[in-house]
Design a protein around this ligand. Structure first.
Ligand code: ADP
Ligand code: MG
Length: 242
């Protein structure tokens, strides 16, 4: 049978960053959560895509990563599946995962996908439509009863900037900060919002890990990650300059 190296070559998966990088999964059967396998089957998702093969085991191992894979290659499930597996059940200790995307339309798409794939988990996934409503909703007595937040950097920055305990969202137990389409986010205005968000997230939660996804490989960002994030793993699907 094929070793990891041969398997990665066959699927055009390149990895780099630490010595022992977890083996890619070969089928969804390796996900040992019944309702997730059932949801995938119902949705006619028979085989993981290359980005899913490599990202799922790494995120389950709590490895920070920066990944690039072509548009349409299944990046959304590549981060949703491991987050849902890891969060397991509703926990009422504040948001444990935050997913950021540059536009409201992308936020909606990720939210839609998260709803069908998480069905049966009981996890409470929220998308922010209106920051004023959100600041009330997430800050009322029920503010801890949320698990996953999907939003744009601008809205998150606003919610995190609210100063008093009563008005700020709870991220004390944040485990994952996912940045989708990072190549679009790492530009001028977004860059400022992101650095504020990073600082607050790393300050409030000692557990938080970062995972970044994009269609294109960005050398500048890759260098920035290498410099600022410990043991970050790079995943590149397909050729860099395609
Ligand atoms: P990307 O973010 O990489 O552009 P998406 O996550 O939006 O790609 O996925 C593109 C399409 O492929 C979506 O319609 C999604 O439902 C579908 N898809 C994702 N993973 C699989 C899979 N393992 N098998 C079949 N279809 C998949
Ligand atoms: Mg995408």
């Amino acid at each position: 049978s094929m070793n990891d190296e041969e398997f990665r070559t066959k699927h055009d998966i390149m990895v780099d960053g630490i010595d022992q990088i977890k083996s890619p999964i070969k089928t969804f059967d390796e996900i040992n959560v019944n309702y997730l396998r059932e949801n995938l089957r119902k949705g006619n998702y028979h085989q993981p895509t290359p980005i899913q093969m490599q990202t799922i085991p790494l995120m389950l191992d709590r490895q920070q990563l920066i990944a690039s894979a072509p548009t349409g290659s299944g990046k959304t499930l590549a981060f949703l599946l491991p987050i849902i597996i890891q969060l397991e059940r509703p926990k009422s200790c504040g948001f444990r995962a935050i997913i950021l995307a540059p536009t409201r339309e992308l936020v909606k798409q990720i939210h839609r996908e998260s709803l069908w794939i998480s069905e049966g988990s009981g996890l409470r996934i929220h998308m922010i439509k209106n920051v004023n409503l959100a600041s009330k909703k997430f800050n009322s007595k029920s503010k801890l009863k949320y698990d996953i937040l999907i939003t744009t950097p601008k809205r998150l920055e606003y919610l995190l900037s609210l100063k008093t305990i009563d008005t700020t969202i709870n991220i004390d137990n944040l485990e994952w900060l996912i940045i989708d389409e990072y190549d679009r986010l790492f530009q001028s205005t977004f860059m400022k919002q992101l650095s504020t968000i990073f600082n607050i997230c790393f300050e409030r939660s000692s557990l938080v890990k970062l995972a970044l996804f994009s269609a294109t490989f960005n050398q500048y960002l890759y260098d920035w990650c290498k410099l600022n994030l410990n043991n970050i793993i790079t995943i590149i699907i397909g050729q860099r300059n395609k």
